[in-house]
Every structure is written in structure tokens, then in C-alpha cells.
Design a protein around this ligand. Structure first.
Ligand code: G
Ligand code: G
Ligand code: MN
Length: 432
């Protein structure tokens, strides 16, 4: 099953409405589109601006949605920041695409709350009846899959590509495709450089997995990792990631100090007893010092399973492996973390960093989180550094490390090695 984006009670009323529609439309031989609209940065809006502002934005957002559809179409709110629109009398896919583009265009303009203008991100997933599902469940699953997929598109919408089927065809395909890719060793590891803000020297890299699908091109991990987490595939992928990283870093050029490499760890891996051994044995085998390895764990995952993960984190720490708290600020960031979690590093989520100049509150958050984390002895990494201005500002704030498109995009091994060589020479020149 795909991760469900909708909570249970709302899902029930949505399914009921859908069931009515499918029945009605089958009888009349008319097609309709199920359009799922989701605010991508709602949690962050709440965190940066407060829940009152969040509620106001939601209200304005609903009004704007209403103004963008035709009177015969209807909207349902199905989650805290998720909506479903039923568009009737759809003739073909192009018609549905037009509707999505119109919605995105209308929702792109900033929203005014008090004296602030805030940008709201929207993702859209579309499924057509009956092409992408002949009953309400299949149709909803197709729309949810399209919504997930929309995250790797620009503009951020996607029309379902699944042919209707009564079984779990969509999920099954992806899972078996992924299994095949792992077996054939066709996943790729990309690296995104990280530099010290103070000196500009290389600090290390974040390893980011890529799946190059023969038909669909590069598929981003935020799409397939959640699917892998639903099965044992996540174990295979984690194993592959660790080995690929250790293998590839042996080819990196000698730098003035050993580079760190950060691997993203799915929280599901804490359920696996052999995690610590797997990592330390692999490091031994490849002759890499465990202290060069960092595991990134998202803040929300740590909060969810704090008791099971904490012993594991402590064991990893005892072996010299470093722990980084990823996406900080996007969950319910708690101070108790710093006291209880054996972490070495904190990554400020890119959503705060990219808005550093547009949103005074975000700048304030970056500034205070940096100071607080450093007070607890953590290295602070800012993600999403996209320009010189932001880089300079982070340096002034006193952040330790920067990562982002301004420094370098995630790149395959060959490109990354070139980048390291160039950067190394450049640093030498600077230092005379
Ligand atoms: O680069 P980017 O869009 O691809 O990464 C999207 C998300 O996928 C990030 O949040 C990152 O944490 C996650 N991710 C990237 N590589 C891996 C990996 O090897 N394992 C796991 N579990 N997650 C990964
Ligand atoms: O694990 P995490 O969620 O932190 O993954 C980092 C994500 O951020 C990856 O998807 C990566 O491709 C993306 N990313 C890296 N640098 C930038 C940047 O400068 N801007 C934006 N918008 N995204 C970035
Ligand atoms: Mn990460």
C-alpha cells in the first residue's frame, strides 16, 4: 500500500462521495477528474508565522481555490492542508492538465497576512475516471500516487499514469521495479558538497541516492524511499547505500583533512537489531574511519521513536559514528533533544535558509537555532544555500557549514571528484 495522505474519518466521507460520483457517472457515461491539491509548506508556515497566521492563510487559500473552479465543480477539505476537487465533464487528459495549470497559477501569488506577504507552495495530483481507476479506491490511490509524483515535476503537478486495475498494480510495479534495480546494482549515489563557511574549505558531502529508471528518468528518493519503507526493500537499499558510499569515497582525492560523508538513514532501520554492526563492519572492511561517517536522521523520526532509537544512537556514538539531526525545524522541534540525543550535528532545514531575506522570522529562527545548537556543542549545517548573499549572511550569523546549489548540486562520483580537485587547488591558491 502507498502511504496514505488522508486521515481516516475524512477519507471515509471522501470515499462515500467518490462512490456516489463513480456510480452516477458510470450510468451517464461521463468522465470526471479527481484533483488532489496539497500545500507543501504548511507546517513551516505555521512554525514561522504562528498558528493564527496559518489558519488565516488556510482560509484565504480555500477562498482562492473556490474562485478558481467552475460552479459545477466541488471541493472537499480532506486533511489539514489537503483538498480534493471534483472536476466534472472532463473530455480528456489535456483538459485536466489545463485545470491544474490554472489552479497553480492562481495559487502562486503570495498571500497577505497582516503586513506580510507569504508564499504558499502547492502540489497537485490528478486521476481521471474511469481511465485511472474504475472504483473509488483505485481512483483515490491513483490520485495519491500522482500527488507524490508531482513533487519531482515543475510545475508541480502530475497526472496519473496508471491504467485501471482492481489489484495493487501501481504499488506492485514500483516495488518490483525497485527490487530489480537493486539486484542489478543500478542505483546510483550522488554527492553534494559541504564547506566550512569561515574558510571555504571542504567539510564533506551528503550522499543522496538516485534511481535512474529506463523509462521515467531520475526518480527522487522522497518518492521511492517511502515505498521501500513499506517492505523489506529499505534494508537492501540501506545496505547498498552504506557500501556504495564507503566504496566511492576511497577514490576521492587526498584533502588537507579527512572528509566527512553523511548518509541519510530511514528511521525504520532502528527496528533492525544488526544496524550498528552492519555499519561498523562495513567501515572496517573498506578501511574507512568510523569518525568520517555521519548518519542523518530526520527530526520527526527521532521524536516518534525516541526510546528505541536512543540506545542505538548511543551505540553508534560509542563506535565513533556521528549523528546529524536532519530537516531541523520542520517537526515539533524540542529542546529536550539537545539534552538527551547523542548528536554531533544539526541541519537547519532549507525552507528556513531559502527565505532568509524575505522572512524576518526565518532569519531569527536560523540565528537563534544556530546559537542554541552551538551552545550544546553541535556543528550547525545550513542546507539550501542558493546564493552568495545567503552564504555571507549565514557566515555573519556564525553557522559552521553550508550546503546548497550555490556551493554545488548533488552530483555523480566523477563530477564530485572533479569538484573536489578544483576546490582543493582553489583553497591552496587562497592560502598562498
Ligand atoms: O536529493 P533529494 O531530493 O533527492 O533528497 C530527497 C530526500 O531523500 C532527502 O530528504 C533525503 O533525506 C532522502 N534520501 C536521499 N538519499 C537517501 C538514502 O540513501 N537513504 C534514505 N533513507 N533516504 C535518502
Ligand atoms: O536529506 P534532506 O531532506 O536534507 O535532503 C536534502 C535535499 O535538499 C535534497 O533533496 C537536495 O537535492 C535538496 N537541495 C540541496 N541543495 C539545495 C538548494 O540549494 N536548494 C534547494 N531548494 N534544495 C536543495
Ligand atoms: Mn539529509
Amino acid at each position: 500500500m502507498l502511504p496514505s495522505l488522508i486521515n481516516v474519518s475524512r477519507r471515509k466521507s471522501l470515499l462515500k462521495k467518490l462512490e456516489e460520483l463513480t456510480r452516477e457517472h458510470t450510468a451517464a457515461h461521463i468522465d470526471f477528474a479527481l484533483v488532489m491539491v496539497s500545500i507543501s509548506n504548511f507546517r513551516q508556515i505555521n512554525l514561522s508565522n504562528g498558528f493564527i497566521a496559518g489558519d488565516l492563510i488556510l482560509e484565504e487559500y480555500c477562498k482562492r481555490l473556490q474562485s478558481l473552479i467552475r460552479p459545477q465543480d466541488s471541493i472537499m477539505r480532506v486533511g489539514s492542508s489537503d483538498f480534493v476537487i471534483f472536476i466534472k465533464n472532463i473530455v480528456n487528459e489535456g483538459h485536466a492538465t489545463l485545470a491544474a495549470v490554472k489552479l497553480l497559477g492562481g495559487l502562486k501569488e503570495p498571500f497577505t497576512v497582516g503586513n506580510k506577504r507569504l508564499k504558499v507552495g502547492t502540489n497537485i495530483g490528478i486521476a481521471l475516471f474511469p481511465d485511472h481507476g474504475q472504483d473509488e479506491l483505485a481512483l483515490l490511490r491513483s490520485a495519491e500516487t500522482a500527488l507524490l509524483e508531482s513533487r519531482r515535476n515543475l510545475p508541480p503537478y502530475s497526472v496519473s499514469s496508471s491504467k485501471y486495475d482492481t489489484d495493487d498494480a501501481t504499488t506492485w510495479d514500483i516495488t518490483s521495479d525497485l527490487q530489480k534495480t537493486i539486484d542489478l546494482d543500478q542505483l546510483e549515489m550522488f554527492f553534494q558538497p559541504q564547506v566550512y563557511l569561515e574558510t571555504g574549505r571542504v567539510f564533506g558531502a551528503e550522499a543522496l541516492i538516485r534511481w535512474k529508471h529506463p523509462e521515467h528518468g531520475y526518480i527522487r528518493p522522497d518518492y521511492f524511499i517511502p515505498i521501500a519503507e513499506q517492505s523489506d526493500l529499505i534494508y537492501d537499499i540501506t545496505n547498498w547505500s552504506i557500501n556504495a558510499v564507503l566504496w566511492l569515497m576511497k577514490e576521492w582525492p587526498e584533502m588537507s583533512q579527512p572528509l566527512k560523508v553523511a548518509i541519510n538513514l530511514s528511521p525504520k532501520m532502528f527496528e533492525y537489531q544488526g544496524l550498528v554492526e552492519t555499519i561498523t563492519e562495513a567501515a572496517n572492511l573498506f578501511g574507512v574511519n568510523a569518525s568520517q561517517l555521519t548518519l542523518e536522521i530526520t527530526e520527526s523520526a527521532l521524536m516518534r521513536d525516541i526510546s528505541t532509537s536512543i540506545q542505538c544512537l548511543q551505540d553508534l556514538k560509542d563506535e565513533g559514528v556521528k549523528i546529524s539531526i536532519d530537516d531541523f525545524g520542520t517537526g515539533y522541534s524540542s529542546m529536550s533533544y539537545f539534552k538527551n540525543i547523542p548528536a554531533h550535528e544539526l541541519k537547519i532545514d532549507y525552507s528556513f535558509v531559502t527565505n532568509l531575506f524575505e522572512n524576518a522570522m526565518d532569519r531569527h529562527i536560523v540565528d537563534s537555532v544556530t546559537k542554541m545548537a552551538q551552545g550544546f556543542g553541535l556543528v550547525v549545517v545550513a542546507e539550501g544555500v542558493e546564493d552568495q548573499k545567503t552564504y555571507d549572511e549565514l557566515k555573519a550569523i556564525g553557522c559552521d557549514v553550508a550546503q546548497g546549489y550555490f556551493i554545488g548540486k548533488p552530483m555523480p562520483q566523477g563530477k564530485f571528484v572533479e569538484w573536489l580537485q578544483l576546490h582543493n587547488n582553489y583553497s591552496k591558491i587562497l592560502e598562498g
